[in-house]
Write a protein of this length. Structure first.
Length: 193
């Protein structure tokens, strides 16, 4: 129970933070990676999606898109740095980057890796309906930085706030992906119902 209390305190501090108008919270790959792991820790079904040896996170990006490539590289490096010292569900975190080519190839990769979460990088808006359906079919929690993707059916997004990092959750999408997010996470997030 102490571990859960510590995680809750860290999550609340990271999301809520002190309300100081003059001090903007830093919003970079390290902060996003930390928030991803914290959200995963609050998914009661998350451990069941792993193979029991590691917590894989799949980063899906569009090749030949410099913004997506940068986002994927930065986030992959940040997750790998965190994985050296942090675990989720008592398991090590493993990051796998996959360029998006088509839904069939992505489904094959998801079947092989069995990720606890898939992060969808910018630039994949045109493939979003297929990706959303695949996340639900394979029961994988989807994450992104693009709030428009949340409105299109992905589950969790992170955005920069004036004084805090905002977690935005599309609750029907998260449930359709098999997630069971703890109420303490929902209380401190912006939730679409």
């Amino acid at each position: 129970m102490k571990r859960r209390t510590v995680i809750a305190a860290l999550l609340i501090a990271a999301i809520a933070g002190p309300r100081q108008a003059a001090a903007a919270v830093e919003f970079g790959p390290k902060q996003v990676a930390a928030m991803m792991l914290r959200v995963l820790a609050y998914d009661r079904n998350g451990k069941a999606r792993t193979q029991g040896k590691a917590v894989p996170i799949l980063l899906v990006y569009q090749e030949d898109n410099s913004a997506a490539d940068t986002q994927q590289n930065d986030l992959s490096n940040a997750l790998e740095d965190l994985a050296a010292n942090v675990s989720v569900f008592g398991l090590p975190v493993k990051t796998v980057s996959v360029p998006y080519t088509n839904i069939a190839a992505l489904e094959s990769r998801i079947a092989a890796v069995r990720p606890a979460a898939v992060f969808i990088c910018t630039g994949l808006g045109e493939a979003l309906s297929g990706i959303t359906a695949l996340m639900r079919k394979r029961a994988v929690l989807s994450m992104t930085l693009n709030t428009a993707y949340i409105k299109s059916g992905l589950s969790v997004s992170f955005s920069e706030g004036e004084d805090r990092i905002k977690v935005i959750i599309n609750l029907p999408a998260a449930r359709a992906e098999g997630a069971d997010l703890d109420a303490s996470l929902l209380r401190i997030s912006e939730v679409y119902r």
